[in-house]
Design a protein around this ligand. Sequence first.
Ligand code: APR
Length: 254
Amino acid sequence: MSDNATFINLFKNQLRNTPPKIVVLTGAGISAESGIKTFRDNDGLWENHRVEEVATPEAFVENPALVYRFYNARREQLQSASVKANEAHKALAKLEKAFQDNLLLVTQNVDNLHEQGGSNRVLHMHGELLSARCSRSEKTFVWRDSFDENTPCPCCGGKTLRPDIVWFGEMPLYMDDIYNALSNADIFIAIGTSGNVYPAAGFVQVAQEAGAYTIEVNLAPSSTNALFDESITGLASAEVPALVEIIINRTAGL
Ligand code: APR
């Protein structure tokens, strides 16, 4: 990626003499090089299942055993030795160090690779694999092992534990915090997301209306590519570290 990229707003912010406020949205593409399959790249199947079979509240009612088994397998895969944070995750941790509260990192991913890469403040808007939720109290618990309908809930002892995942048709998490940050953003960066799933796919418009400079980093142009001011096509592990370096260098001393 060339440092001659436009980055108009970065200059504007330099004139304002204040560090830019940045919102980063990540999707499955940032974890692809860490060994976790994306949702829509191959045959339309997610780890051999149609999304409706495993990622909807209706599927959980109809075939809970399958849904538990599916997420148990994903949780186990995430914790296998071969799955590790890649250079893109690490670069975003570096951006957090440089920008602190001026950066909000929002991920649609349910893996913990941002945290493994060193990020401390990540909003998992679609939930987390290493977490279980009581469907009665909505309390969540760090959970690394497999569980199913017979696993007693730590808070009520009932058979109420479900994967702490936001399924299709359910409301994503932290939406107030996210929209608040988008409405104040100077830079919005979407990384490794196909732009097919709302509300995340609409974040670029909210940021743009707030006057943010918008950048997409993706292997191929996403469905919402035309809405971005700048599009960087390539592997996240190469393009994200390069972009982070440019942002840090351009804003040094602000
Ligand atoms: N670097 C950058 N981008 C990549 C890479 C890579 N190495 N590999 C794949 N991509 C891109 C693909 O081109 C694709 O556009 O990442 C995108 C992944 O898109 P999806 O699989 O649709 O994932 P995502 O956008 O995160 O899905 C959103 O849908 O199924 C639900 O809740 C689930 O959070 C998920 C949501």
